[in-house]
Write a protein that binds this ligand. Structure first.
Ligand code: GRG
Length: 292
């Protein structure tokens, strides 16, 4: 199977499993429509794809990672819904469609994010795993998503609005805001197999740390070079809001070089996996070469 077919097969798997886990309880139809909308309006499913590939990289099967693949996508979907709110980034367009609070309303979008966050942890507890492993996985996701991870990154971003950031501060912010969930996706996928050693998890963490930052630099580059129609969101938004970005700080060429160096460092961390590293390598390549 070629790389794109492999990634497509994992994206399709994620979408099917997410649909099966999103059985609306039938209690609050508007809220449930908003939750479905937030998850099913065209995301690339990068985090589930990473979880699946990480499970396979340590000798497990993609199916081992179904629960954690859904959990990380639920957290991701919630984060985008809340990030788009007027009190945060105040965006009207996401994935080429109205953002959740525009399609529904602000209160419903807040609740949809809340519901997705708790559903992520409920989902992670499913799957009949060893209870000690489940506790470890719940803790891993909570740390990545919360005030030591993604929420902390968002807090730094909001506090820093309009202030100059050096490259060190910018990297530290993005390692939390974007990187922590990407790292959790990889490590949870490997953990879900029950086969990953502590040493392997450490090597995967180096890989995912580099990939998370490279992902963000690519996002910054696309904001400069991309096209609104392909991106599904307004091109040039970061620059128009004076946001600190890699291209603004380093220039486009140096930002690209930084992304490539992180890619190389991340792939080098997979060396001990031998041929098994091929899947994560292919996905990292897809991430840094994507057009949206
Ligand atoms: C609101 C607590 C809270 C956190 C929000 C992740 C985040 C923190 C905000 C998103 C802002 C943003 C656009 C960051 C750039 C990196 C990023 C997460 C891009 C979107 O991820 P993709 O490209 O999205 O995987 P799709 O649409 O494919 O799912």
């Amino acid at each position: 199977m070629n790389t794109l077919d492999y990634i497509k097969s994992l994206q399709d798997r994620a979408s099917a499993v997410l649909a099966s886990r999103l059985q609306s309880p039938g209690l609050s139809p508007r809220l449930e429509d908003a939750v479905q909308y937030a998850v099913n309006n065209g995301g690339k499913r990068i985090r589930p794809v990473l979880a699946y590939a990480a499970a396979e990289t340590v000798g497990g099967e993609a199916g081992d990672a179904d629960a954690c693949a859904c959990a990380v996508e639920f957290i991701h979907a919630y984060s985008l819904v809340h990030d788009d709110l007027p009190a945060m980034d105040d965006d009207d367009l996401r994935r080429g469609q109205p953002t959740c609070h525009i399609k529904f309303d602000e209160a419903t979008a807040i609740l949809a994010g809340d519901a997705l966050q708790t559903l992520a942890f409920e989902t992670l507890c499913d799957g009949g795993r060893d209870p000690a492993l489940v506790v470890d996985m719940v803790r891993t996701l909570a740390r990545a998503a919360g005030w030591q991870g993604m929420v902390a990154g968002q807090g730094i971003d909001i506090d820093g609005a309009g202030r100059h950031m050096g490259e060190g501060d910018l990297a530290a912010m993005h390692r939390l805001k974007t990187g922590a969930l990407i790292d959790a996706s990889v490590r949870l996928g490997a953990m879900s197999s029950g086969l990953a050693s502590a040493g392997q998890l450490q090597q995967l963490a180096v890989f995912s740390g580099c990939l998370g930052l490279a992902f963000q630099i690519k996002d910054d580059i696309l904001d400069v070079e991309g096209e609104t129609e392909i991106l599904g969101k307004q091109q040039g938004k970061d620059a128009s809001r004076n946001k600190p970005t890699y291209p603004a700080l380093l220039g486009l060429d140096a930002a690209r070089a930084r992304m490539q160096a992180l890619f190389d460092e991340g792939i080098a961390a997979l060396a001990d996996f031998g041929d098994n590293a091929g899947k994560l390598t292919a996905i990292a390549d897809y991430i840094v070469n994507r057009h949206y």
